[in-house]
Structures are given as structure tokens and as C-alpha cells.
Ligand binder design. Structure first.
Ligand code: COA
Length: 260
């Protein structure tokens, strides 16, 4: 698949996906969501890629939301389908990916933009970043997981305030809320995201994929996360990475994980 709305760059074990519609503040239209799905899938299937960074093009926006011009005339069933398809192709897909995704939030992360950052496993923001879920100003609610993931990350009260007031928060507040892990000057954003990605890339990809499943289980209705953890923990003992990791420790050398 050739991409028109995104750029994909692979540098050793780290892939960087850049949403590249700066004139529309990287708003997520249907085509961009489909391209992102394919790009994330390709990176995940590439055994050489051990971490993925998602960011936005330009200095102003990560993503200013779903593309309002595409859904303004939708009816009830088209609205439901928009949310269902988006969650399936991108937001749930990213959260469940076996390869860790780091969102490098380089400016406005609004609506679907914040939802994409929240579906990612780790968030780093530039000091000019502003985040919010402004959907109620449009007469709609967040539909790409925002009502679920924002309370998970910042707590119910703060999430309710952000959703109901539709106000943006700045990077310092996002850090204080635990919505992002780090805030750095914009010029250092990708460097910071890469530093985290490179640390991740040294560890067992197989174990990291199991850890993602176990952590996600904590937030899945009707699933006992402790049982998932026991299951995934046991699974690791049958992997090549476990053999390599423990052998390397006992031999006092660095592990060379193959992700098997
Ligand atoms: N969907 C579609 N187009 C969008 C967009 C979105 N979510 N966000 C920005 N754009 C477009 C604007 O329409 C404009 O296009 P144009 O130049 O062809 O008119 C361009 O991006 C630049 O945006 P503009 O509004 O002129 O920039 P600004 O600096 O004045 O304001 C924002 C920046 C982010 C405050 C403002 O663009 C905004 O509020 N965007 C919508 C945010 C939103 O509600 N997102 C949730 C959607 S569910």
C-alpha cells in the first residue's frame, strides 16, 4: 500500500509514523485512519521493529481530531459506524499491538488526536502541546475510546471536567495529571521518544508483547487480569527469549533477543 497521508521511516529497531496533513492540522480522515492501520500492521509484522513512534507533521499539531468535514452530514447509523470502524482499525488496534507504541505529542492533540495518543502505550509531549476532548462543542461525544481511556489515565473527575468543559489542558497540566509521561522542549521531542524506544528495543520483544496483553487485561471488562498475567507469565517460560535472557544473565553477558 502506498501512503498519501502518512510517512513511515524505519531506523534500526524503531519505526516512526508521521501523520502528514499539516494544512489540516493532521486531522484524521477515513483515508488516514486506513493508512495508519496498514502502517501499524506492517511495522508490527516486521520482526526487526521493536518500537513504534507516532507523531504529527509540523510544529503546530499532533492531530486536531477526527476530520469534521467528513462526518458533519452523518446520520445516527453512520455515526455509530464511524466510531466502530475507527476503534477497530486504529484505536483498539494500536492498544492491542504487540509492538509498543510511543505517542510523541508535538502540538494540539484534540478529540481523535488525544484518543490516538491515549491508545498508544506511552506518551511524551512537547512543551507547546495542548490536549483536550472538545467533542461536546460539536454536539457529539468522544467516539474513539476517549470516554473510556481518559478516566483510566487521569481519573473520573478530571476526565469528566475535561469532557464536559471541552477545555484544553497544557503540557504541564497533562504531566501533572499523568496523561503524559514526559514533557520536553519541542526540538527534543523525537529524541526523547527515541531514547525510550531504544531502551525498549534492548528487551525481550516476546515478553513485552505479553506484558501489553496483561496490562490491557486490567482494563477489560469481565477479564481477570491476574489470571491473564499468570497465563502470559507461564507462556514466557516456553519462549526462546526467556532461554536467552536467563542464560545471558547466568553467563554474565548482554542478552541478544530474537523475539521468539
Ligand atoms: N477536522 C477538519 N479540519 C480541521 C480540523 C478537524 N478536526 N482541525 C483543524 N482543521 C483544519 C481547519 O479547518 C483549517 O483548514 P482550512 O485552512 O482549509 O480552513 C486548518 O485545519 C487549520 O485550522 P485553523 O482552525 O485555521 O487553525 P487555528 O490555529 O485557528 O485553530 C484549532 C486550531 C485546533 C484550535 C482549531 O483548528 C480547532 O478547533 N479544530 C477542531 C478541533 C476539534 O474540535 N476536534 C475534535 C473533532 S471530533
Amino acid at each position: 500500500m502506498t501512503f498519501e497521508n502518512i510517512l513511515v521511516e524505519k531506523n534500526n529497531a524503531v519505526a516512526t509514523i508521521t501523520i502528514n496533513r499539516p494544512s489540516k492540522l493532521n486531522a484524521l480522515n477515513k483515508a488516514t485512519i486506513e493508512e495508519l492501520h496498514h502502517a501499524f500492521k506492517q511495522c508490527d509484522e516486521d520482526s526487526g521493529i521493536r518500537a513504534i513512534i507516532i507523531t504529527g507533521s509540523g510544529e503546530k499539531a499532533f492531530v486536531a481530531g477526527a476530520d469534521i468535514s467528513e462526518f458533519a452530514s452523518f446520520n445516527t447509523s453512520q455515526g455509530s459506524e464511524l466510531a466502530r470502524k475507527g476503534q477497530e482499525l486504529l484505536f483498539d488496534f494500536v492498544e492491542r499491538l504487540g509492538t509498543p507504541v510511543i505517542a510523541a505529542v508535538n502540538g494540539f492533540a484534540l478529540g481523535g488526536g488525544l484518543e490516538l495518543a491515549m491508545a498508544s502505550h506511552i506518551r511524551v509531549a512537547s512543551d507547546n502541546a495542548r490536549m483536550g476532548l472538545p467533542e461536546v462543542t460539536l454536539g457529539v461525544i468522544p467516539g474513539y475510546g476517549g470516554t473510556q481511556r481518559l478516566p483510566q489515565l487521569v481519573g473520573k473527575g478530571r476526565a469528566n471536567e475535561m469532557i464536559m468543559t471541552a477545555q484544553m489542558i497544557d503540557a504541564a497540566t497533562a504531566l501533572n495529571f499523568g496523561l503524559v509521561n514526559h514533557v520536553v522542549p519541542q526540538a527534543e521531542l523525537l529524541q526523547k521518544a527515541n531514547e525510550i524506544a531504544e531502551k525498549i528495543a534492548k528487551n525481550s520483544p516476546m515478553a513485552i508483547a505479553q506484558a501489553i496483553k496483561a496490562v490491557n487485561a486490567n482494563f477489560s471488562d469481565g477479564i481477570n487480569g491476574y489470571s491473564v498475567e499468570i497465563d502470559r507469565f507461564g507462556f514466557c517460560f516456553g519462549t526462546g527469549d526467556f532461554k536467552e535472557g536467563t542464560t545471558a544473565f547466568l553467563e554474565k553477558r548482554k542478552a541478544d533477543f530474537q523475539g521468539n
